[in-house]
Design a protein. Structure first.
Length: 298
């Protein structure tokens, strides 16, 4: 393997991209990854009329990115499939890995959405960017590919999953394909998680008042049928498991009219102490309230 990288997005963190934890919000990692995929498509000579469409993103957040930090993406090929490719991405800051990503991306026809096989030339190019996934970037607490059958909206409601978000897709939420951008999927899950905390009996305002906040440690997002402008969406969530200083959440995003699943996320969440910048345990009372709301996955 050559272990040669494709250079991607390179820029700095803006203050308006940071959240209540005073670091880069999760949605803006996805913005940078989407920009990086433009350079990947160029390097792999994706033909006119085709695009690279994400099916899965697995993300591990290794260190915080703060206002003024300069960071850059690089990408290499891990596995080539018939019309999809497994990619490894690193977002680096000051010579360190800030975040690692593994993605499955399909080559599709922009008009029909049908898969388009790789040409011999593209396979040759991908061989030039091939590399091995290092152990330090491999999945830990969340599997890379979704092992369970996806639920539709009716099943999510029947199982008592909590509705944490509802809204409508606006034109500015969409990418060059005219469909909802992946950063917006991440953003809607992020925007709704406070309602899941409320369901668990934890007030986000109280967390912030005690100089704490919730942060994502590891995440897998699976994309099914991305919506377009005007479509109504809802998200349902559950707290699946308590893991000491971390919790496992499961989120599903659905078309409110048809019930079809748009995307799903399985995520490991920690409580961050804003002073020490380290993960801390919930209080005994908070933990007891969370444990009352656990709904394990099948």
């Amino acid at each position: 393997m050559t272990d040669k990288w494709i250079s991607g997005c390179r820029n700095g963190v803006n203050a308006w991209e940071c959240d209540e934890n005073n670091h880069l919000n999760v949605r803006f990692y996805m913005t940078r990854l989407a920009q990086t995929m433009g350079f990947v498509a160029h390097a792999l000579e994706v033909p006119a009329g085709c695009a690279l469409s994400p099916a899965t993103h697995h993300i591990r957040y290794r260190r915080e990115l703060n206002t003024g930090d300069m960071a850059d993406f690089r990408t290499r090929v891990i596995e080539v499939r018939d019309s999809s490719v497994v990619l490894h991405h690193e977002l680096r800051c000051a010579g360190e890995i800030a975040t690692s990503f593994i993605s499955i991306d399909r080559q599709i026809d922009r008009t029909t959405g049908a898969s388009v096989p790789w040409s011999a030339r593209q396979r040759e190019l991908m061989a030039g960017f091939a590399g091995a996934l290092p152990e330090h970037d491999a999945p830990r607490s969340v599997a890379f590919e979704e092992p369970r059958r996806p639920l539709d909206l009716g099943e999510a409601r029947a199982r008592g999953l909590v509705e944490v978000y509802r809204g409508m897709v606006q034109p500015w939420d969409c990418d060059v394909s005219g469909r909802m951008a992946t950063e917006q999927v991440m953003g809607r899950f992020s925007d709704g998680v406070g309602n899941l905390f409320a369901h668990m009996g934890i007030d986000v305002a109280d967390l912030l008042a005690s100089h704490r906040g919730s942060v994502v440690v590891e995440n897998r997002l699976t994309y099914n049928d991305m919506p377009g402008p005007g479509e109504l969406i809802v998200s349902h969530s559950q707290v699946v498991e308590f893991l000491g200083k971390t919790m496992r959440f499961s989120h599903g995003m659905y078309n409110a009219a048809t019930g079809r699943r748009i995307a799903a996320s399985e995520v490991i969440v920690a409580i961050l102490d804003h002073n020490s910048r380290r993960a801390v345990a919930l209080s005994d009372a908070e933990r007891a309230r969370v444990e009352q709301r656990l709904t394990p996955l099948d």
